[in-house]
Write a protein that binds this ligand. Structure first.
Ligand code: SAM
Length: 314
């Protein structure tokens, strides 16, 4: 990726770190409090807040690369120093990247409510994420959700009400905040109702993280490989306890004694896609994570490298 205009300084690739959760004081070079925004869209809300509050560090999560790019350009144009962005599903990454009691406020503006029953696991405030928030938020930390969907505001209220870790404070109808998001302006124009839900953390919870501590790059040397066994791996779903992986494709470069395997692995709810390369060195063969796509080195990723090495060794 080129960075002619210097926006990449805002972009954090947590996969390239090797100690989790991340050390945010080191990343920002200070110990200021942390606000997180999920699904910042074009980033106007985070950019305006960050500009107004240089004493607060902001971290935004987005799944969309376009959104990430637009936000970074806004930060750059406004000479913002106290904001960073991360790509991926915030519900999983917030659990892995933040230590306990580290976030002062979580903001979610106008998320898709995923109205269909079969999509409801895609909604942001599902029970597992509320439990994560009860770990990573500071005691007294605040959740702020803005939505134009009345049943969704009520559902989120009920979910927090059920949780022993939070006190849902209120739903404010047709609130008026000084900064408006792109979706908010759109809904205001259409005259839609808006709801602002606020909750406070009152009790701590400890969740189990998939990545914790130091994470090395998995690799294994083997004497020789059995090519038939390697080819049999394709479309095989290999599972041990809560770790599993599937080899989706195998690319071979026999001239250079090299194979590239496209793998999808899951650790409970954490799914990732990456490549494992297998190639001949002077004497033996090396099975390792390919450096073109660095995944989070979760137990399932390590399991896939070591299990493949075991299964193809001659
Ligand atoms: C409806 S848009 C709202 C954008 C912006 N907040 C606004 O109010 O204009 C929702 C955004 O959330 C992002 N998103 C949805 N689920 C997410 C998740 N689990 N983690 C991070 N971002 C997510 C989407 O990519 C999308 O840009």
């Amino acid at each position: 990726m080129h960075d002619k205009i210097g926006v990449l300084k805002y972009f954090i690739k947590p996969q390239y770190y090797d100690i989790y959760p991340l050390n945010w004081n080191e990343i920002f070079g200070n110990k200021r409090k942390i606000y997180v925004e999920i699904g910042f869209g074009s980033g106007e809300y985070m950019a305006a807040l960050a500009k107004e509050n240089p004493d607060i560090n902001f971290i935004g999560f987005e799944t969309s690369l376009t959104a990430l790019y637009k936000a970074q350009i806004k930060f750059h144009k406004n000479n913002i120093k106290n904001a960073r962005v991360i790509q991926g599903d915030a519900r999983l990454l917030i659990r892995e990247l933040f230590p306990s009691n580290s976030i002062s406020k979580l903001i979610v503006n106008f998320p898709c409510p995923w109205p269909k029953e079969r999509h409801k696991e895609r909604r942001i405030f599902i029970t597992s994420f509320i439990n994560t928030l009860a770990d990573v938020l500071k005691k007294g930390g605040i959740i702020e959700l803005a939505t134009d969907v009345d049943w969704y505001a009520q559902e989120v209220y009920n979910n927090f009400k059920k949780s022993e870790f939070f006190e849902p404070e209120k739903i404010i109808e047709n609130f008026n905040r000084p900064i408006k998001t792109k979706y908010e302006l759109k809904w205001d124009k259409e005259g839609r109702n808006k709801y602002l839900f606020i909750a406070k953390k009152i009790k701590h919870n400890k969740v189990k993280r998939v990545l914790e501590g130091v994470s090395e790059l998995p690799h294994k040397n083997i004497r020789d490989i059995n090519i038939e066994k390697l080819k049999e791996l394709k479309d095989n779903h290999i599972k041990e306890n809560n770790l599993s992986f599937t080899v989706n494709s195998i690319y071979e470069d026999l001239l250079n004694d090299r194979f590239l395997l496209k793998v999808v692995s899951t650790d409970n709810d954490f799914m990732q896609q990456y490549y494992i390369s297998i190639y001949k060195k002077t004497k033996d063969w090396l099975v390792k994570l390919d450096s073109t796509t660095i995944p989070y080195r979760t137990p399932a990723v390590k399991f896939s490298v070591y299990k493949i090495a075991e299964l193809i060794e001659k």
